[in-house]
Design a protein around this ligand. Sequence first.
Ligand code: SF4
Length: 648
Amino acid sequence: MSSYSIGSLVMRNRILSTGHQTYLAEDHRPGEAFVAYHEARARGGAGLIITESARFHDSSTSDARDLWLMSDEAIPAFAKVAQAVKAHGTKIIGQLSHAGRVTRRMSQGMRGISYAPSATPEHRNHVVPREIPFEMVGEIAAAAGRAAGRYRAADYDGVELMASHGLLFAQFLNPRVNRRKDAYGGSLENRMRALKEALAAARAAISPEMVLGLRISAEEHEADGLKREEVLEICMRLEAAGLIDYVNVTVGSMAGLGGSIHVVPPMEVDPAYVAERASKIRSVVGIPVMVAGRINDPQLGEQVIASGQADMVAMTRSMITDPEMPKKVFDDRLSEIRACIGCNQACIGHFHSGASISCIQTPRTGRELKIRLPRAVSQPMNVLVVGAGPAGLRAAVTAAADGHKVELHEAASVVGGQVALAQLLPGRSEFGGLITNLEDEVAQSGVKLQLGSRISLERIAELAPDLVVLATGARPVEPEIEGREEGHVLSAEDVLTGQAKPRQSVLIADWRCDWVGIGMAMNLAAKGHRVRLAVNGSTAGQNIQQYVRDYWIGKLHEAGVEIIPYARIFGVDAETAYLLHSSSPQPVICEGVDTVVLVSGRESETGLETELKARGIAYVSVGDCNTARTAEEAVYEGLVLTRCALEA
Ligand code: SF4
């Protein structure tokens, strides 16, 4: 990954972090946490950081924690980011965007009136925007120029305008969304006018040394979205007009249910799949091309560059997971890289749930000021960790990294706990990377791992550790079901591991509304079973990230799975399942059911805790043995609670 230049902007390598919402802004400005987040990635060796989009005009709806760059008072806060990033040799570009019709609901923190080129409905959030008055288009372009000038004043190296992901300028470009009859609608030249005016205003406001870039979706993957050929033509025309210095290529759109999976493509999508689209753009323009989209390991990034598909590779989530990734590449420490697994749970998932960015594997991400880096303690302790699921593995690695002597005992013959099961679900094998990464860290950190070791209270007393970390997990809850003995009722765990065989017509009773119900349904439908998925919530996968959920609901539809919302099983016989509707006294009766598969909740394993407490042995509980956790929560507790207990 050699150095690379765009005009006079020289970057030390070709790895960049694209603009992404961190939800770390304070009063719509970068604060200390925002600076610390980006500084960590700069210190870790990124060649270029593009900071998240800032709102630049009042007519864009705004989220409670969006950046705003609408007044000069914001400049000092942005300048602190530039100063911190550039101090580590990383270049920095600031992004500008306008949401247009892509407007989340008030309940999700969004405020303001939704303005767009035309009153064309947006399908994801069910918004019908107002048409932007003619004079306002010019005001928006001028405001983009003023905001670009503020990035200049804040000592940024460049500005990037977003015409990607179905946002405002993409809406102007798109003839199926832009139905205007004035100078901003109709022909391609007219539809490009708003974007060209904004770019021209930005160009006039920045210094000659700064670069001006465009982020665009090579295709939006929506029925009414921008198409590949249209985007190629747009890029060619903008380059010919001298308005852009680079193109930053992505795919997808936030405006509909089909294109959203591509906005932050999860593990279901092939690695580096956007590179082929980027190469098409690179073949028709002479300016540098950057590409994003599941480039999740450095060797893959090298391939994309070496094959000429792009000039720089966006490895944003790789650095959300491991901020030191570029440095490890250049120091030839590839085996130490913690790879992103494409789960979307804590990066984009946090954004959609209104929380600051983090990573399922790296709790320090987004909490750089709260969670310190490992450091050797002066008085090492003997630590015994019981259970090698995500919480126990993270606890062991955390204690060892701080210099403690750690033994890790796991009753099963493999590590992983619930994750070992989750990775058996269709499309979820990469989830096992969470455990592979932790296993590597265990191996490198000097932790003594003992598999097949169900440790007793007596053995703990013999070992006499200074601290026991309990990570003993949870077991499935057996729900009460009338007539259970008449039906063929199985647990999801037994079906997944092949220990139980469903018959032909299956009802999956899903209490959890996460991956397991969806995965079981896909698995059984693929084997030819008739499948009904009864969920104890509004829809299947209610508790997983919304873009991923929408994708899988489409897949369930294609597979012929019938989803029954708001339903909880209470009875069964040989041919029927009886469900309670959560908001109606009218039961849901499912006839022709010969098998019920239970995706039930889990209850904590607390036996050892009770014994330790009785013997007065110092311990801390992490993960599912507290209360059933997500993998992210388990990893977080493994780090934070273990360190708190060791430092108490
Ligand atoms: Fe990658 Fe998952 Fe971390 Fe997001 S939360 S950066 S997808 S590993």
